[in-house]
Design a protein around this ligand. Structure first.
Ligand code: SIN
Length: 288
């Protein structure tokens, strides 16, 4: 099978055209998809009118799936492999816990000792306009730093925090932030991460990092701000405008992303994500 690819932006991303991901797939055929995934950081599959089971099955080609024990409130009630990202209210009318998921720059599961290899997000309901997702190529961001900056950050570790998202109270009355912090204590991750498959270095920060290990927040912030601002220069980005039944898969080891609140929130946006387990990285630290 020769894959038909269409580049999505200068920095990253390719659309895989004319494919139905629910069809049986040989190892060789998936091998081509996986190579494109490593080459482009993000793949887009349009018009995938598939079931939840098929979404999960296709995702399993990429590796073992997370059952989202670190985000239990956001799991699909029937399928723990699916994480909900939705503003559809709960059955009792209360607001959805996941309505603000991903509204800051991050790589999935960076706040756990086994950050994700990749994620596959499927759009079920999309607003009339907006609800876009931005992606950044963190390899490009790293490679365009000066040699001096690369030396400066070579051994730094950023403390990745859970529970940093904009949300008020969980059903228990305890704040979601407190619940998430208990469940996922802070993890220090290398600021420069070597991709285990391509061997290329990428910046690994995002907005869940408030300070470097061994430094105060005041000392860390100027450099964190500089690196995060550098990483999201327009030339390193792809902005995805969702259509219903898109599947976008991204490599969490060399990209980061942010869901935008650029839509009328009285309209529905319902997405479901599988998360592929990665390899252990980082170490536990005390104190955020
Ligand atoms: C996520 O961060 O996994 C969700 C992204 C999105 O909803 O666009």
């Amino acid at each position: 099978m020769a894959l038909k690819l269409r580049k999505l932006s200068y920095a990253l991303g390719a659309e895989v055209c004319d494919i139905d991901v629910s069809e049986p797939m040989s190892e060789a055929a998936f091998g081509e998809i996986y190579k494109a995934f490593l080459d482009h950081g993000i793949l887009l599959f349009r018009n995938q009118d598939i079931t939840r089971e098929q979404h999960i099955e296709f995702s399993r080609h990429f590796g073992e799936l997370d059952v989202h024990g670190s985000l239990p409130q956001d799991r699909h009630p029937k399928y723990p492999e699916l994480l909900l990202v939705t503003n559809e209210p709960n059955s009792d009318g209360t607001p959805s816990n996941s309505r603000y998921t991903g509204r800051q720059w991050h790589s999935d599961m960076s706040f756990t000792p086994v950050p994700s290899l990749g994620s596959l997000l499927k759009s079920w309901v999309v607003p009339e306009v907006g609800g876009d997702t931005l992606f950044a190529n963190c390899t490009m961001a790293y490679e365009t730093l000066s040699e001096g900056m690369k030396k400066l950050i070579a051994d730094l570790h950023g403390i990745q925090l859970s529970g940093t998202r904009k949300i008020n109270h969980a059903p228990t009355g305890e704040s979601r932030r407190e619940q998430q912090k208990k469940l996922n204590p802070p993890i220090a991750q290398p600021v420069v991460r070597v991709h285990p498959e391509t061997g290329r270095k990428a910046l690994y920060l995002g907005e869940k990092v408030k300070r470097f290990d061994g430094m105060t927040e005041e000392e860390s912030q100027p450099l964190i701000k500089y690196l995060n601002t550098h990483a999201i220069k327009p030339e390193f980005l792809y902005r995805h405008q969702w259509c219903k039944n898109d599947i976008v898969v991204w490599d969490n080891r060399c990209t980061m992303h942010q869901a935008l609140g650029d839509f009328d929130e009285t309209q529905r946006r319902h997405m479901e994500r599988t998360t592929v387990l990665g390899t252990p990285s980082g170490y536990a630290v005390t104190g955020g």
